[in-house]
Design a binder for this molecule. Structure first.
Ligand code: PMP
Length: 374
């Protein structure tokens, strides 16, 4: 017998607006080929494992002390890392770091959202934008994309004029469609926001490093747009999802605002040490990006041979379809030991670019599933 009496959510003083919600959860199933959470498939090299371990050991010698509350050194390292993509000298005062970019997004909603305020996003997009808005009691308005999932400036500025949001979420490259936004769309969004409200434009660039050549980062717009916030993560290109490090670049005033809502010492000394060590090995880690992009491009080339439709991808994943029953295809792949993502988009599935042998297993399994069930 359980040592506690049965209690359900209904018995708890849960906030009314949280009742009936489901927690975010990509299935974590132990199968041979996991291509469902857009991780980088390359584990750290033996040399890097050693360096990360030494950094953690050094941090352990001062584990009785709280970490640097402002993560000054890490922010300086991140600013240095962002500088080439930004095209100007990014300063540590323009950078903020937290436990994954999810925590960055949460802090943005805590600082700029809240009761009576609206956040707008263009779905399908990263579902946590909506969930984090709702969890911080920010109203969520879902605007749509064009049928081919593209997003034009007119659609964005019309939504801004209609809703006067406190936060506008753009995701580039967008999860799950893998498409990147032109900087003209982001600039138009910033101008429209400045015209109608004091809201911020959040460009989620979690997959920024996987952009194809010639697609500029939203970082390049920062000098001209004080209400632009660009979020990034070390979970994808840096192959460091387990360490939970996300960050943003924005006007220093935005960083000041986030200091009001962050928990004191939110970023552990171990996290800061490990992140700085990974940044010191940026060349090695980012070397995996080209390998991942090659597998991504292989997917984009191969999937049409199976009769599948794909969008051009600027990320480390590909959205593919169009199936009459995507759930059955998902299950068929899983039965063959390959886990992809059903993002709840009718007819579509999402697959992460993995190692060459994982791509072979995926394409093999897909061939078999589609032959059995067109
Ligand atoms: N933004 C996007 C678009 C994502 O796809 C993800 C992770 N799947 C995140 C943010 C959050 O990543 P993390 O918290 O690991 O930085």
């Amino acid at each position: 017998r359980a040592p506690w009496r049965p209690v359900t959510l209904d018995d708890l003083p849960l906030r009314d607006d949280l009742r009936g919600m489901s927690p975010y959860g990509a299935p974590q199933i132990d199968v041979p080929v996991r291509l469902n959470t857009n991780e980088n498939p390359h584990p750290p090299s033996a040399g890097l494992v050693d360096a990360l371990g030494k950094a953690a050991t050094l941090a352990a010698t001062e584990a009785n002390r709280y970490p640097d509350r402002e993560a000054e050194a890490l922010r300086a390292d991140l600013a240095y890392y962002l500088t080439p993509d930004a095209g100007f000298g990014v300063h540590a005062a323009q950078v903020w770091a937290a436990n994954g970019s999810n925590e960055i997004l949460q802090q943005l909603c805590q600082a700029f959202g809240g009761p009576g305020r609206v956040a707008v996003g263009f779905e399908p997009s990263y579902s946590m934008h909506r969930l984090i808005a709702l969890a911080t009691a920010t109203d969520w308005v879902a605007e749509s994309r064009a049928a081919d999932f593209t997003l034009e400036a007119d659609r964005v500025t019309a939504a801004i004029r209609r809703h006067r949001p406190a936060l506008l979420f753009l995701c580039s490259p967008n999860n799950p469609t893998a498409t990147a936004l032109g900087t003209e769309v982001i600039a138009a969004a910033c101008d429209a926001m400045a015209e109608v409200s004091s809201g911020v434009v959040v460009v989620d660039e979690a997959y920024g490093e996987f952009r194809r050549a010639g697609v500029p980062s939203a970082l390049t717009l920062l000098p001209d747009h004080p209400r632009l916030v660009v979020t990034r993560t070390m979970s994808k290109a840096f192959a460091l999802a387990g360490a939970r490090v996300g960050y943003l670049a924005a006007h220093p005033a935005v960083v000041d605002a986030l200091q009001l809502v962050r928990l004191p010492y939110h970023l552990s000394s171990f996290t800061q040490a490990v992140a700085r060590t990974a940044l010191a090995h940026a060349d090695e880690l980012l070397g995996t990006v080209d390998a991942v992009k090659a597998q991504r491009d292989l997917l984009v080339r191969s999937l049409p041979e199976f009769g599948c439709v794909t969008a051009p991808s600027d990320a480390n994943f590909v959205l593919f379809g169009h199936f009459t029953d995507q759930r059955a295809v998902w299950q068929g792949l899983l039965d063959a030991g390959v886990l992809v993502r059903d993002v709840g988009l009718d007819g579509w599935l999402r697959v992460t670019a993995g190692l060459p042998n994982e791509m072979e297993s995926f394409l093999d399994a897909l061939r078999r599933v589609l032959t059995a069930r067109p």
